[in-house]
Write a protein that binds this ligand. Structure first.
Ligand code: ZN
Length: 78
């Protein structure tokens, strides 16, 4: 499944990755059970997922502490 990560703050495209169903479940994003009413995850018309996160620059600017992180971090895209 195609998963697109976009920065919720500046709109930057963080990354697009393809994840298997197993990988999605490991990331707690099982498309069958994930709560799509959560405004940080949306399903797309093409059947993929659209996930709002924060890019590195915004994370630094906002000085978010681990405990306050409400976004789903993108898995290592490198
Ligand atoms: Zn950003």
């Amino acid at each position: 499944m195609k998963v697109t990560y976009v920065c919720d703050r500046c709109g930057a495209l963080i990354g697009v990755i393809n994840l298997t169903e197993e990988e999605l479940i490991q990331l707690d994003m099982d498309p069958l059970t994930v709560d799509l009413r959560e405004d940080i995850i949306k399903s797309t018309e093409t059947g993929g997922l659209f996930v709002y996160s924060l890019c590195d620059g915004c994370v630094e600017t906002m000085e978010i502490h681990e405990g306050e992180w409400r976004y789903r971090k993108a898995p290592d895209l490198h």
